[in-house]
Design a protein around this ligand. Sequence first.
Ligand SMILES: CCCCCCCCCCCCCC(=O)SCCNC(=O)CCNC(=O)[C@H](O)C(C)(C)COP(=O)(O)OP(=O)(O)OC[C@H]1O[C@@H](n2cnc3c(N)ncnc32)[C@H](O)[C@@H]1OP(=O)(O)O
Ligand SMILES: Cc1cc2nc3c(=O)[nH]c(=O)nc-3n(C[C@H](O)[C@H](O)[C@H](O)COP(=O)(O)OP(=O)(O)OC[C@H]3O[C@@H](n4cnc5c(N)ncnc54)[C@H](O)[C@@H]3O)c2cc1C
Length: 674
Amino acid sequence: MTQTNNNMTVNPDLAMERAKCNFNVLEVTHIFDGGERNTLQRKKIEDVALNSGASKDALGEEHMSPKEKYENAVRKSCIYATMMKNELAELSGLESFGVSSPVIRRTADAFFKEVSPFLLHLGMFVPTIMGQCTPEQQSYWLPRALDMQIIGTYAQTELGHGTFIRGLETTATYDPETEEFVLHSPTLSSYKWWAGGLGKTVNYCIVVAQLYTKGECHGTHPFIVQIRDEDTHVPLPGIKVGEIGPKMGFNTADNGFLGFDHYRIPREHMLMKNAQVLKDGTYVKVARHGKLTYGTMVFVRVVLVNEVAFNLAKASTIAVRYSAIRRQSKPKPDEVEPQILDYVTQQHKLFIAIATAHALQLCSTWLWESFSAVLAQMKGGNTDTLPEFHALSSCLKAISTSDSAHLIEQCRHACGGHGYMISSGIPNLYNFVSATRTYEGDYTVLLLQTARFLVKAYEQAEAKKPLTPTVSYLAHAFSGSRATWDNSPDGIIRSFQALAAGKTAVCVTNMRKRMRAGLSQVDAWEMSTIQLVAAAEAHCRAVIADTYRKEIVRLTANSSPNVKVVMDQLTTLYLYYWALERTGDLLMFTSVSQKDLVDLQIAYEELLLKIRPNAVGLVDAFDLRDELLHSTLGSYDGRVYERLMEEALKSPMNKEPVSDAYSKYLRPMMKGKL
Ligand SMILES: CCCCCCCCCCCCCC(=O)SCCNC(=O)CCNC(=O)[C@H](O)C(C)(C)COP(=O)(O)OP(=O)(O)OC[C@H]1O[C@@H](n2cnc3c(N)ncnc32)[C@H](O)[C@@H]1OP(=O)(O)O
Ligand SMILES: Cc1cc2nc3c(=O)[nH]c(=O)nc-3n(C[C@H](O)[C@H](O)[C@H](O)COP(=O)(O)OP(=O)(O)OC[C@H]3O[C@@H](n4cnc5c(N)ncnc54)[C@H](O)[C@@H]3O)c2cc1C
């Protein structure tokens, strides 16, 4: 194994697990990383960033006040940003450090148990400059942003609207006299709300506002806006800005609010790649597709699939290692208490988490490559592939974030009481990932975007028109008979396609019926949205399963035999798990019988037993250093109880033998003197 400290004492149960692992762990690490070269580069970056000890805190973050936590997060963000500029960028060979590198992002997690106040700077501010500026604008703003001379965020959401972008109320009205835009917040609900880093950290932001010129509204457009003085950091006149208060997670991200009182910015601060306002106020549309200003959101949706795969890998590493050292109950009176990992129900909770981390990691690489292809086509002026990509990135963002949040919570359940400790690392992971289901497009809202595409594709299939690749299966939706069930991986993928097609067909039929009965198209659509969301989910499962399977076959072509076997077991597990989760749907839309499902359940249980001896090896293959896990339960050496006690003793509550609360309240009450 590739752990840095080779002299550590390892818990004997974990040592035993590692001894019985029958595949080459490093080979699987290479598969997960996308090749040996990537693994080497990642480890180099991790060594430079993490061996210095700069990521460590003197006092545990969880014992700090909110203000101390924030200041500490800023301190470490500055250390990490400086490292990126000076050392890591060169190591990673990136033109623009940090922006497109999951490795740099991943390494940053060692510095923050929650998130960096700079997350939005690199995650959305810089990508918006790259994606929405003209070349001249980019050459001015990008170097300043990459060099951290200015720090920015992305302020789109308002108190009153997040999902419905067209409903945003902030206005940017062009004044040709001064060649300026006047930014204004006309109502309380128009205040910007949520942007990460806005509360105290940033001095610039991208503001999305309704553009008015020559008395006409042209819809939402992005602007770059200075909100604080570059020297004193004091908010500029006309700006009302602050932090929004404690949240379920993201508490080091100083999410903020922002209001404008007739605040003026130069005309050139409108990001003009897709649309322009000329000096005289004439509006010129440049882009061929109306939704290109949503580009940064699409970029982040793609990045998030990778982000949640990484976080799920962390949670499953913690829970599987802990389950290997934890012994509980005595089902066989003459034998020692078993490791909880030996319980089949525990394997059912955990192995799907490992398989899903793999599935999402491989899908994220595939999605990134598809995104690059779409961007390349759009550079040449062709936006034909954008609708399909929007449908694809929307459903993958929705399902990957939702599944990961659910499975991270399942990992917490698998760790019993100790999983509830902040020091286990799992609560912070859950709080972070559960937010990803909402931000950058809520789960339901994004699945309905995919459903919109599915319905259109269904109608095209009905009219025998050509279909785009991810929905080409709809061409077979009109055979009149239910899809034939077979439990091979390809057969299960076809079944999920049949579910998506079947549910879409039901929706289309019901919508038509409802419209004939007098409902409007909008109302008929609304009445079908439960099934439309389910259709988009089934479509997405088919895409994930198909991509995962194909990528594993490709990536293991030259692997050793045991690696091939264990990777095949994981992909099969993923398919069996989801087929068994959707038995009702399968009975409705395929020829599956009760006997087939009983057989599938048995095959699934047998698969769990086959994977069991390799479980610790599989999570070791994620190669997550202890600094990244932040976990008393999941460290490589398995010193779980020792770490739990060490952390408990660090609690400020244990500093005094008797709490002040005793003399103030407990004693008076117990002596009857309160
Ligand atoms: C270093 C890296 C680190 C990375 C870490 C990352 C962490 C970062 C942390 C982040 C922290 C969090 C940061 C944040 O949270 S930032 C805030 C994020 N906010 C959102 O994501 C808001 C979600 N809402 C929307 O996206 C839109 O309003 C939707 C889509 C819901 C509707 O929209 P709208 O009402 O305008 O449209 P319509 O429904 O009338 O549909 C009209 C047509 O448009 C098509 N359409 C719609 N959208 C797109 C699109 N994008 N590309 C191509 N096409 C698109 C659509 O298919 C339809 O086509 P057709 O059917 O008519 O043909
Ligand atoms: C941690 C965090 C960080 C964030 N950071 C940023 C940031 O940096 N910058 C920024 O601009 N924003 C940010 N956001 C805001 C985020 O993008 C929005 O909260 C998100 O897009 C959801 O929008 P909403 O809050 O308006 O939810 P709503 O749309 O009000 O959703 C509420 C409910 O209504 C349902 N609903 C809404 N519309 C429909 C519909 N058409 N059909 C069916 N159901 C519907 C949803 O499914 C949901 O169940 C952040 C949010 C969080 C939680």
